[in-house]
Design a protein around this ligand. Structure first.
Ligand code: HEM
Length: 470
């Protein structure tokens, strides 16, 4: 059986046609059975509980809320396709890559990581960039970020990080001190936060935002050879940003600016697109570079591992029903396909469990059957005793065993600050950090200055001078 005919990622027109051809002005209960006008109104003289229509009508409203995502709760999304432009089948045998020109339907969701629903979308911070590929071998999910690295490689640090970014439970207001505490106790977070405090912290629109899967995924080719890859999604419209002042101005009149921009661009036919590139490491590279290739607080140096563009993603369809198609979308790092084994690091391992666990609670036990999460190709029943191809891909079997080392990435933070940021960008970074650190106690300021100094003396000094001048 195939869901191709009715699946919303491919064709939601069919459903609306069926609805349009139904008799007009007819009321129905939720199974579609018609009710007469009389039935609807005959509630006054009998117990409500005996009016099936009214009960059905009311419960569908008062039970309509799902609990929402525990993080990345606010978001926007759209549908489109992934198209292979260059052959990488010698690296990975996944069928979605097996032919130049091959197209696979995708759903993408963008999400300010820490925002509650309704907050201005243009806040400074990291953003989610999640891609679901509806492949012929099942769904492949890559929930990533607009930053190429993560704040920590220890999954046990994640909960305190999330709590630090949330509102203070006593006053129910954001407390920026929580973030400084996280940075002071996890200096490796600075590599990512230099980007968050720099221009990357506020994208111009989602169409100008890059995406990264961050983890180094293990992939395997037809010969059984392993490679280790990082994926980059680079917007064809260019990576562009807003300054804090520009963002505040936009947010004052249009707090939902990113969602509106994405929707309007697609409605106009100005389809956003991204070039997908891959950085490839071999088993020999792992031997020579060590486990740091799997450290998600670090990037893979471009000089050693160049980016090869091999595909593009185009978004060309807006959701017709936000709740059904975007709110109920569920991405999970454990959703992999034959040839892609996932990443061997600890955070990936924690994420394999966490997302499905959250979705069981948020969307209920059948969340994979919700049309937008449902694979396009449902596996037929087979009486073969053979393992179905690909089932091993969703397990940890075959993954390289790595030994995670103490975090250290200040070398990359220094490189980012000194060589990758322009003088103007550095000046904007200083301004943002000084403004964010001003309300902190002097002991927090002192610790953060020491940390910035260990990244680069110029960074520490400029922040110290800026704070003294206030
Ligand atoms: C131990 C580490 C982590 C844990 C436990 C964790 C857990 C979660 C959970 C429970 C959700 C909500 C899922 C849902 O309700 O559908 C979520 C969402 C998300 N996470 Fe993580 N996460 C971790 C690390 C990461 C990392 C490293 C990245 C980026 C590579 C990331 C990117 C995202 C994104 C983009 C979403 C939103 C997905 C969407 O649009 O539906 N997370 N995370």
């Amino acid at each position: 059986a195939t869901n191709q005919d009715w699946h919303p990622a491919v064709d939601s027109v069919l459903l609306s046609q069926i609805r349009e051809n139904s008799p007009a002005d007819l009321m129905s209960v939720s199974n579609g059975a018609p009710v007469t006008y009389c039935e609807v109104n005959s509630t006054l003289n009998k117990p409500l509980i005996r009016n099936a229509f009214l009960m059905d009508h009311v419960t569908s409203m008062d039970r309509e809320r799902t609990s929402g995502r525990t993080l990345h709760n606010q978001g926007s999304g759209a549908f489109g396709y992934f198209e292979v432009t260059h052959d990488i089948s010698h690296i990975c045998k996944a069928k979605l890559f097996d032919e130049i020109g091959k197209k696979t339907p995708v759903a993408i969701r963008f999400s300010p990581a820490a925002n509650e629903k309704g907050a201005p979308e243009l806040n400074r911070g990291a953003r989610g960039f999640s891609v679901k590929f509806y492949t012929e071998e099942g769904n492949l999910d890559l929930p990533g970020l607009n930053m190429p690295m993560f704040f920590s490689k220890n999954p046990l640090k994640f909960r305190e990080f999330v709590y630090a970014l949330r509102k203070d439970p006593a006053v129910y207001l954001y407390n920026p001190m929580g973030l400084w505490d996280i940075i002071i106790s996890n200096p490796e977070a600075l590599n990512m936060f230099l980007l968050v405090f720099g221009d990357r912290g506020i994208p111009k629109t989602y169409r100008h935002m890059p995406g990264y899967n961050i983890h180094t995924l293990q992939v395997v080719n037809e010969k059984g050879e392993n490679h280790f890859v990082r994926l980059h999604f680079t917007p064809d419209a260019g990576i562009k940003h807003l300054t804090s002042a520009e963002a505040q101005k936009v947010a004052a009149t249009d707090p939902d600016f990113y969602t509106r921009d994405l929707y309007d661009a697609i409605e106009k036919g100005d389809y956003p697109s991204w070039t997908v590139s891959i950085q490839i490491a071999s088993e020999a590279d792992v031997q020579s570079h060590g486990w740091c290739l799997f450290d998600i607080t670090r990037v893979l140096p471009i000089n050693d591992f160049p980016k090869y563009p091999f595909a593009k993603i185009v978004l060309n369809r807006n959701p017709k029903n936000y709740f059904a198609e975007i709110e109920q979308l569920a991405f999970c790092p454990a959703n992999l396909v034959n040839g892609i084994l996932g990443a061997p690091d600890k955070v990936y391992e924690a994420r394999r469990f966490a997302y499905a666990d959250a979705q069981l609670y948020r969307l209920g036990p059948n969340f994979e059957k919700i049309p937008v999460n449902c694979p396009l190709h449902v596996t037929e029943y087979s009486d073969s005793y053979d393992e179905p191809v690909g089932s091993q891909a969703t397990q940890n079997a075959g993954l390289l065993k790595i030994k995670e080392e103490e975090p250290y990435n200040l070398d990359q933070a220094a490189e980012l600050y000194e060589n990758e940021m322009t003088a103007d960008e550095r000046a904007r970074l200083h301004k943002t950090v000084i403004a964010m650190l001003t309300p902190a106690s002097s002991s927090v300021q002192q610790k953060v200055i020491e940390l910035f100094t260990s990244v680069h003396p110029d960074l520490g000094n400029t922040i110290a001078q800026g704070l003294n001048a206030r």
